[in-house]
Ligand binder design. Structure first.
Ligand code: MG
Length: 459
């Protein structure tokens, strides 16, 4: 049987994988899976999202499932709406941080969580076996539901609003013309934060910067923080479930460092807890969490897996939360999912509580430098590439939680793993200096390139 779902739902280029008849049939499979239940359908700002959403409506209608339209909103707002309106699940049309030609479909379960991969398999089975239900009567969209207001109210209920207001913060928001533009400015207004906005007009072609916040596309934002003497800047990804911060001196504070700062704050707020973290994050996260009396569980990379693990712990009565190095932070009292605007509110609360700048809080963290890169691996067995590399390093200390992570010594390591959303292999490296990390990253890149070339020659 084929495989449709990757790390975060079904993703592809519109017109290639995402043909209209494919989307229609996928929606029929989804409608069959949710048969007899009530769901929502929402989207991001992509130029193809409205069209895809209409095709999803048509597919769902053909199965008779009951559905609502939650409009254009951040992914976490659609997720929050599932729970808020007491629905059974949802469909989000989004390709998150991918380039504008991409789009995708993500499924939500009862609490608005991304459904586990085992449930996605059931939808795939219906799709490939063409077991679509055919009701006597078609269903139609039951109307619009607002995902944004309840979501913002949810976020502010989890932070000390007065404490934040008293600080008179000044920040910059960069939504990359994505869905954060619909929420983040409203949130900061309520919290009394003076806010500059750049790239804040929703535009599905992402004309300003790529919808993935990367060090190389945040330089202008860094300069702007210094010029305006702001407390920090926040750069969201396209669907606003992830966010990268820039400190008051214009330095990018990568996701695992900002996540470590937030984790420390969360542990102070809630006492003991377990942080669930994807294996591509810096080992500094573990050091910080343990120094605060918490514990860490490392998982495969991917928000679906992190959410699943968090839910498992919460069900046992253990306080758990999560992070990803790419700027995803899962604050579970709000919802057990990545949430860019929740991270923003928590960061404001952290700065207010600690009475320190983001630069100072980052400086207090262990000095470890992590860098990452990627290499194209189209039409190649990426698992085989990883296997061959793992074989090469079998006598080194390593783990296979996701791809292959090789420890050179106590603090230096590299990780090579296939991306779950694109035909690429991602490479990560860490050490205690930027220079050394660059060297390790280059070394890991060369090994990967070499293995890809060897496999291409064999094909
Ligand atoms: Mg995203």
């Amino acid at each position: 049987m084929g495989k449709l779902f990757g790390t975060n739902g079904v993703r592809g280029v519109f017109g290639e994988l995402l043909q209209l008849d494919f989307i229609y049939n996928l929606a029929r499979a989804i409608g069959t899976y949710f048969n007899g239940k009530e769901i929502l359908v929402g989207s991001d700002t992509r130029h193809t999202s409205e069209l895809i959403k209409k095709v999803v409506f048509a597919g769902l209608s053909s199965t008779g499932v009951t559905f609502y339209d939650s409009g254009i909103a951040p992914t976490p707002a659609h997720q929050y709406a599932v729970k808020y309106y007491n629905l059974d699940g949802g469909v989000i049309v989004t390709a998150s941080h991918n380039p504008p030609e991409y789009n995708g479909i993500k499924l939500l379960g009862k609490n608005g969580d991304e459904i586990p991969h085992s449930e996605e398999d059931k939808v795939e089975e219906i799709f490939f076996e063409e077991r679509y239900v055919k009701p006597e009567k078609l269903s139609k969209c039951k109307g619009f539901i607002d995902a944004i207001e309840p979501y913002i109210n949810g976020i502010i209920s989890h932070v000390d609003q007065e404490k934040i207001k008293r600080k008179g913060f000044k920040i910059i928001i960069d939504p990359a013309c994505g869905t954060a533009s619909l929420c983040a400015p409203k949130l900061t207004k309520i919290l009394g934060v003076k806010t500059y906005q750049i790239n804040s007009n929703p535009d599905g072609f992402f004309p300003s910067r790529e919808p993935e916040p990367l060090r190389e596309n945040l330089k202008e934002l860094s300069n702007f923080v210094v010029e305006t003497n702001s407390d920090f800047a926040i750069a969201f990804d396209g669907d606003a479930d992830r966010a990268i911060f820039i400190d008051n001196k214009g330095n990018v504070v990568w996701g695992d460092r900002s996540g470590a700062i937030l984790s420390k704050h969360v542990l102070k707020k809630h006492g003991k807890g377990i942080l669930v973290v994807g294996v591509s994050a810096s080992s500094l996260v573990e050091k910080v969490v343990k120094s605060q009396g918490g514990d860490v569980i490392w998982t495969k990379v991917g928000s679906v897996i992190i959410t699943e693990k968090i839910n498992e712990l919460l069900a046992k009565g253990v306080f758990a939360f999560g992070l990803e190095e790419n700027g995803g932070f899962f604050y579970t009292p709000h919802q057990p999912t990545r949430d860019g605007c929740m991270s923003l509110a928590l960061m404001l609360e952290t700065l207010a509580e600690e009475n320190k700048t983001l630069y100072e809080l980052n400086k207090e963290l262990p000095s470890l430098f992590m860098l990452k890169t990627k290499i194209e691996a189209k039409n190649i067995d990426r698992e085989k590439v990883i296997e061959n590399i793992a074989n090469k390093f079998k006598n080194y200390r390593h783990d296979r939680i996701d791809g292959i992570r090789v420890w050179i010594n106590e603090i230096e390591w590299f990780l090579i793993r296939p991306s779950g959303t694109e035909p690429i292999i991602r490479i990560f490296a860490e050490s205690d200096s930027e220079e050394k990390t660059k060297e390790i990253l280059k070394y890991a890149y060369e090994i990967t390139k070499d293995e890809i070339n060897k496999l291409s020659l064999k094909q």
